[in-house]
Design a protein. Structure first.
Lengths: 373, 582
């Protein structure tokens, strides 16, 4: 008993200062963090992108003496691993570079397995909505894509409701939203905008929408009608891009895909283009976030790394951001210029998801699409 | 070694001999390795969210699409694939092992290959040939040449089942061939002398002798088919065909873990029921214990006029299931555009210098500095896991066979089968939670190679146990009993009698484990904290960046590693079983 008391007293001695320190660390500049981080010696990051290898090189060159250990794994695996580790009392990872924010929000943030950190150096250059509850580093897309070779006059779709018409029967593709979180988030976002969907319905058909009794709002009605119009589900974006983008296709389908995949057009022989002029929106922008694991073993180095991954003050963001600066993805830091070849962030007609709201509504939409299959 | 047999049995050895200690240790090991993670998964479905998940899956408006229809598809696939694999694999094994068909070595090699090629390659190959206009994009070979392919042949259950049979039949072949090769020639000769006709020898002698192997093969191919994700996802989703594996993957991928776990537990329960029934069939007929190892090479049947036609059939099967997928893989590691597999080939993705226009300046895989490291890691991991899994599997199979029909054997064999059906992400998470913290005096295993090996051994246990059982079931009890009577201890009996006799089956199992381990990603990613990755992780990195050519090149490297391992095992088993050599 005494031993246990001693132990917890000892533990308190160790934990309390670090708790105080964490608060201090949040306010420090990179210059102040550096000596502390060098004393810690290393930083471990789980990354959704394998481009972390490039960051590793750049980070270790900029801050010698800190070893960056980057492990790339999908968001789902990061969440599973962090949960299991913390349940076992293991605190081995410092930084998570992760998407799938609705799940991160409900499983990690609400369970206090991660803490939000905003580097003071760049705090003034990021919109407030990207700073909390989780810090967004960049935005990716799931938007309506079409084939610009087959439709040289621009997008063949100007209103989402057109996709529920016979003209597009069996000609709309989507990665199965019951298999992939981002597509579920896309449909959830549509369900969360019933008024806009109702207005778009009226604009398309000239009459008010009649929503089925068991559905909530025009968004859910759209999802039901879309599935009823033989929406084709595919297993991954590769299949989708080939089907929608094939530059030689005569009468290709359209699909909800990733805007930045357009950068592969030349390499793959695709003609992917975003359908931007779509009522009420062409899809979603969703965040990739940087966050610190609870009780991170290297708290100063973790903060230094997150700071580093927001780039330097140049328009490209320098070595810390450049690997992620692809056309069709958008940096949240305002000093980083968006790629000249892509639609500007402000002009892209996509809804930006709110992880908390999406997390709350996602279950219902997921159940709805299961019944529709 | 001789002193062991002359030494008076000590108390400890008497205990060993009393057959109590070994089963007790095994039960403890299985409890820790299999039951504990399973219990943890079960417990997580007994929380309020878990109960809601049980309700949603079983009794809600969702349950038809979430459970019943996927269950139906899964079972059709499972039984269809298992029977297809038995027919195809059994036919090939019979042809290669028991007949004088020409080119037996070549056929045998082709029979083992498909399992080493990832199933997505077979699915892609199917798509290359049969893809129709449903998805848009470029059509498959047949449609391009004016032959309309109906949806049911391009997508859904039929193509999925065919692709899975093409992938898993080699698993059945491996196990059945191992069992057939130990059918004593004396049995067959005795039959012939007694004037039995060929069909009678086949149905009266050979078939009963290999029944344990048939059932082992059926169970493993069944489990493989119901757990496979790539083929049903690629070929089923476009017509909204969901199986339990795609549902399970989707549930976990969209953060609804409890529902995923409920589906996994139900799938385990259903499969366990079928396995139990097949166990009953085997243990109901003790006559399956047969004689092997009494010298004598395998007796070959002359095929007569059928030699060449049957050879042609076997070669066609081999060509369709190995050469075509390998060609598609190879082509896709050479073609700059994934949509045009057979044009503008370049070796850039293998040996290119990088810095140029191709592949955003990335160099070929053989210029990737981590490749050699990853290759070495991969081989080490595969070998270690194959070894530990086979040791554990042999001990388990031995106990199960010795106590055939007993409650203990039934429970052990059921439990040893379960890990194949537990989603590896849940399995790995359970292992981190169980062994991440120090247990008593034992240190935390978090992030160690040891934890990965333990988890992987448990996860691959079914291969070892099933293949071990199928061979051990053939070793006659009288050889072992005579050894026991002369005073040989358990270890000596294992190494002097059981091991040499069962070696072919053991190596067959070890190869299956090795292949699975070398290809499998999920466990490694979750349990390994090393900066020098394994090959599958390197392939994943390339694929995640959209460079399928590099990823496919690595897949081919993995295939070559697997092939080399299988040659090695073949050589070793011939050295041990010298009496088999001509």
């Amino acid at each position: 008993m005494l031993k246990r008391l001693m132990k917890s007293a000892l533990a308190a001695c160790v934990v309390l200062p670090t708790a105080v320190m964490a608060a201090d660390l949040d306010g420090m500049t990179p210059e102040q963090l550096l000596p502390l981080a060098q004393k810690e010696g290393s930083v471990t990051v789980f990354s959704l992108s394998s481009r972390i290898a490039k960051i590793e090189k750049a980070f270790e060159e900029t801050y010698p003496g800190i070893d960056l250990i980057g492990l790339d794994m999908s968001s789902t695996k990061q969440i599973a691993r962090l949960e299991a580790e913390q349940q076992a009392g293991v605190h081995a990872v410092d930084v998570l570079y992760i998407a799938d924010t609705p799940v991160v929000f409900s499983k990690l943030l609400e369970a206090k397995r991660i803490v939000n950190y905003v580097p003071p150096r760049v705090a003034g250059q990021i919109d407030d909505r990207y700073k909390g509850p989780l810090l967004t580093q960049r935005l990716s897309t799931k938007v309506l894509m079409y084939n610009e070779k087959a439709f040289p006059g621009g997008s063949p779709v100007t209103n989402l409701w057109q996709l529920t018409q016979p003209e597009w029967q069996g000609k709309v593709l989507m990665v199965d939203p019951s298999q992939r979180g981002e597509l579920l988030d896309l449909l959830t976002e549509i369900a969360l905008h019933p008024d806009e969907m109702a207005a778009a319905y009226k604009a398309q058909f000239g009459k008010d929408i009649a929503v089925d009794a068991d559905l909530q709002g025009a968004g859910e009605q759209f999802i039901k009608d879309l599935f009823a119009n033989d929406l084709i589900l595919v297993p991954n974006s590769d299949v989708l891009n080939k089907s929608v983008g094939d530059a030689t296709a005569k009468n290709p389908p359209v699909g909800f895909g990733t805007y930045s995949d357009r950068r592969d057009n030349e390499k793959e022989g695709w003609a992917l283009q975003v359908a931007n002029n779509v009522e009420p929106a062409n899809g979603i922008l969703f965040p990739a976030i940087l966050t610190i694991a609870d009780k991170a073993p290297h708290p100063a180095a973790a903060r230094l790394l997150i700071d580093f991954m927001f780039g330097d003050d140049t328009p490209t963001g320098g070595a810390g951001f450049e690997p992620f600066n692809v056309p069709g993805d958008y940096a949240t830091r305002t000093t980083i210029a968006h790629h000249p070849d892509s639609v500007k962030l402000g002009e892209l007609k996509a809804w930006t998801i709110d992880p908390a709201k999406t997390a709350a509504a996602r279950g219902r939409v997921s159940d709805l699409i299961i019944t529709l299959q | 070694m001789t002193f062991i047999s002359t030494f008076a049995p000590s108390g400890g050895r008497r205990l060993l001999r009393s057959g109590f200690v070994m089963p007790a240790i095994l039960v403890a090991i299985v409890a820790i390795l299999v039951v504990a993670p399973l219990a943890r998964i079960l417990l997580s479905t007994l929380t309020p969210e878990g109960i809601a998940a049980w309700q949603a899956v079983l009794v809600s408006p969702l349950s038809f699409n979430l459970w019943w229809r996927p269950l139906f598809n899964t079972m059709v696939l499972g039984f269809g694939v298992a029977s297809g694999c038995l027919i195809l694999g059994g036919f090939l094994a019979w042809l290669v092992v028991l007949t004088d068909v020409p080119g037996r070595r070549l056929l045998g090699l082709m029979g083992t290959l498909p399992y080493m090629i990832p199933s997505f390659a077979a699915a892609l190959a199917w798509g290359t040939l049969f893809r129709n206009s449903r998805l848009g994009g470029s059509a498959g070979f047949f449609e391009t040449n004016g032959l309309a392919i109906p949806d049911w042949l391009a997508w859904g259950l039929v193509p999925t089942a065919i692709v899975l049979i093409a992938h898993y039949y080699s698993l059945a072949y491996t196990i059945i061939a191992a069992a057939l090769s130990s059918v004593g020639a004396d049995l067959v000769e005795a039959g012939q002398m007694a004037g039995a006709k060929r069909p009678r020898i086949f149905f009266g002698i050979i078939l009963p002798v290999v029944t344990p192997a048939l059932i082992a093969a059926a169970s493993l191919t069944f489990a493989g088919a119901v757990a496979n994700f790539a083929a049903p996802a690629l070929l089923g989703l476009p017509v909204r065909m969901q199986t339990l594996s795609t549902r399970l993957f989707g549930m976990i991928e969209t953060g609804q873990n409890e529902r995923g776990f409920v589906l996994a537990l139900l799938l385990i329960a259903v499969s366990a029921l079928f396995l139990w029934m097949s166990d009953r069939i085997v243990s109901g007929r003790k006559a399956f214990v047969t004689v092997t190892g009494k010298g004598g090479r395998t007796k070959r049947f002359p095929l007569g006029a059928w030699r060449w036609p049957l050879f042609a059939v076997a070669v066609t099967i081999g060509l369709l299931t190995t050469v075509v997928p390998v060609l598609v893989l190879a082509a896709s590691s050479l073609a700059p555009q994934s949509g045009a597999l057979f044009s503008n080939w370049t070796l850039h993705f293998w040996i290119g210098e990088g810095g140029g226009e191709i592949a955003q300046g990335q160099a070929g895989i053989f210029r990737n500095p981590v490749l050699i490291d990853a290759l070495w890691n991969t081989i080490r991991l595969g070998l270690v896991v194959a070894l530990t899994t086979m040791l554990l599997g042999l001990a388990l199979a031995y106990t199960i066979v010795q106590r055939r029909g007993s409650l203990l054997a039934t429970i052990l064999s059921q439990l040893a089968f379960v890990p194949l059906l537990v989603p590896s992400i849940a399995f790995a998470a359970a292992y981190i939670a169980l062994f991440g913290a120090p247990i008593g005096p034992l240190p935390s295993l978090y992030g160690t190679f040891a934890l990965l090996v333990i988890a992987a051994s448990a996860h691959n246990l079914p291969f070892a146990v099933q293949s071990g059982r199928s061979v051990l079931g053939q070793i006659s009890a009288d050889i072992e009993e005579s050894a026991r009577l002369t005073g040989a201890g358990l270890l000596r009996r294992l190494f002097a009698i059981i091991f040499p006799l069962a070696i072919r089956g053991l190596f067959a199992g070890a190869i299956l484990v090795f292949v699975k381990m070398v290809r499998d990603l999920s466990l490694v990613v979750l349990l390994f904290t090393a900066t020098s990755p394994v090959l599958s992780m390197v392939a994943y990195r390339y694929a995640a960046e959209g460079f399928m050519q590099f990823a496919n090149a690595i897949t081919l490297v993995i295939l070559i590693v697997c092939l080399a391992a299988s040659f090695l095992a073949h050589g070793l088993q011939n050295r041990v079983q010298k009496w088999k050599q001509p």
